[in-house]
Design a protein. Structure first.
Length: 137
């Protein structure tokens, strides 16, 4: 199962996720987290009497995605795969208890160039391969 977990994400993110899933005949499940993000943001801001900064909000989105993935995974007895590559893991470019929270990291040993080569071999859409990197936060 593949998951698309938009949290105030762009329409391009959605279009590309569905295009890739359709191309490879993948089961794509979408869980929209917009309301969950907004509700939790409001609760944090009410409790702290402060506005959440961009980093805290981005990390919160990543953590809500992790909670959602584990909800699905444990319900279906699935493992959660992470997307971290060697460079990201080496420098710590992930959210603790967020996108860093997973059961397996299948591309952890690959550097960015190798990830691109693998994507080309797997016939990932060029629009995805050539897209500028983004944390989607």
């Amino acid at each position: 199962m593949c998951c698309f977990l938009p949290a105030n994400s762009s329409e391009e993110d959605r279009t590309l996720a569905y295009a890739l899933a359709n191309q490879h005949h993948l089961d794509l499940q979408e869980i929209v987290l917009d309301q969950s993000v907004e509700q939790l943001k409001q609760k944090v801001e009410n409790a702290t009497k402060q506005t959440m900064n961009k980093l805290a909000l981005g990390n919160m989105k990543s953590r809500l995605r992790m909670v959602s993935l584990y909800g699905l995974g444990q319900t279906l007895n699935y493992l959660v795969l992470g997307t971290g590559n060697a460079a990201e893991l080496h420098v710590g470019y992930f959210t603790k208890h967020g996108d860093g929270g997973c059961d397996l990291l299948p591309i952890a040993g690959l550097v960015k160039g190798e990830v691109k080569q693998l994507a080309e071999f797997l016939e990932v859409l060029p629009a995805i391969i050539n897209r500028a990197p983004s944390a989607g936060l």
